[in-house]
Design a binder for this molecule. Structure first.
Ligand code: AHM
Ligand code: MG
Length: 336
């Protein structure tokens, strides 16, 4: 193997190279790494022990929670609470933000927003799931409890974001605003190795990922864009290939590595789109922009949206820049 750098070594190396990456942020990334290993272990056991299946509770949006959602939520929060860099956590699985008032909480600099286990309904059928996280520097004064204002910052203020994909192998991909780097987990020794340094998305993509079962209630511009994707124009790489797993992290990861677009527009069931701005769209948008791609709600850059609520949803179009621009054109020309 030519490059045996581990995630731990890489984080330290980057901290020295890049003044914006503080030692505290490095420690915070290390606690995410630890929680990821613990959650990965449980996910891999899911088919073996009686842990899969619904827990009987509903999450903040009234959706059935799977047991592993609850488990992952607890593990990530516990990892944050045990260190002294985080003053509060906002999670898809909790109605309200959790403010750390004990120990170092009031003096900690960062808030984290997290979807501890995205796509968890896929676990029962052995399909990839993921964790998505987003980190901000707090805006409220140090020495006090974190406030809602710390969590409702636009995505362009993120200091780091990443995801873990629990797939055919487990990977952790993250950015601190200096490129996107991916690490593959070796479970036999419990180490993430650098496998994808400086990921960049291709300028031309040919994959589109959307739940076409919702076609009838898509906005007119989306329907027309889908017809455009399916047209026979070999000189323009069309028809594009349709690929949809229904697990954001997996669909996003494939499209970032191969060139493509992920779409979740408004539908009858989800008039504002299904995906959550703060812990799904913002972190993925930061990563995609760092990889040279683009992310939009159809009209504006996702990262410039000023959030108004913790569990806010937005239409989401993310991937190869030209493909996302094309969506914006179609939506502008065909406003319903
Ligand atoms: P979740 O947060 O409840 O798991 O939902 C998010 C998931 C994404 O991973 C995925 O891209 C999308 O929902 C799929 O939705 P649909 O089944 O409507 O296509
Ligand atoms: Mg989710």
């Amino acid at each position: 193997m030519s490059d045996m750098r581990t995630l731990g070594e890489f984080i330290v190396e980057k901290q020295h190279e890049c003044p914006s990456v503080s030692g505290e942020l490095s420690s915070l990334l290390s606690s995410i790494r630890l929680a990821a290993k613990i959650v990965n272990r449980e996910i891999n056991k899911a088919g073996l022990v009686d842990i899969i299946g619904a827990s009987g509770n509903e999450n903040a949006q009234g959706e059935q929670q799977q047991k592993l959602d609850v488990y992952a939520n607890e593990k990530f929060k516990a990892a944050m609470a045990a260190r002294d860099q985080v003053c509060g956590v906002g999670s898809e699985e909790d109605d309200d933000v959790v403010i750390f008032s004990e120990k170092h909480g009031p003096n900690a600099k960062y808030v984290i927003l997290i979807d501890p286990l995205d796509g968890s309904s896929n676990i029962d059928v052995n399909v990839s799931v993921g964790t998505i996280f987003s980190i901000y520097r707090r805006v409220s004064p140090l020495g006090q409890l974190a406030t809602m204002e710390d969590f409702l910052q636009p995505g362009n203020k993120q200091v780091a974001a990443g995801y873990i994909i629990y797939g055919s192998s487990t990977m952790l991909v993250y950015t601190t605003g200096n490129g996107v780097h991916g690490f593959t987990y070796d479970p036999s020794i419990g180490v993430f190795f650098l496998s994808h340094e400086n990921i960049t998305i291709l300028n031309k993509g040919s994959i589109y990922s959307i739940n076409e079962g919702n076609y009838i209630t898509f906005p007119k511009g989306i329907k027309q864009y889908l017809k455009y994707c399916q047209e026979n124009k070999p000189e323009d790489n069309r028809p594009y290939t349709s690929r949809y797993i229904g697990s954001l992290v997996a669909d996003f990861h494939r499209n970032m590595l191969k060139g493509g677009i992920y779409l979740y527009p408004s539908t009858a069931t989800y008039p504002s789109g299904k995906l959550r701005l703060l812990y799904e769209c913002n972190p993925m948008s930061f990563i995609m922009e760092q990889a040279g791609g683009k992310a939009s709600d159809g009209k504006q850059r996702i990262l410039d949206i000023k959030p108004i609520a913790l569990h806010q949803r937005v239409p989401f179009f993310v991937g190869t820049t030209d493909m996302v621009k094309k969506i914006e054109e179609f939506l502008e020309r065909n406003s319903d």
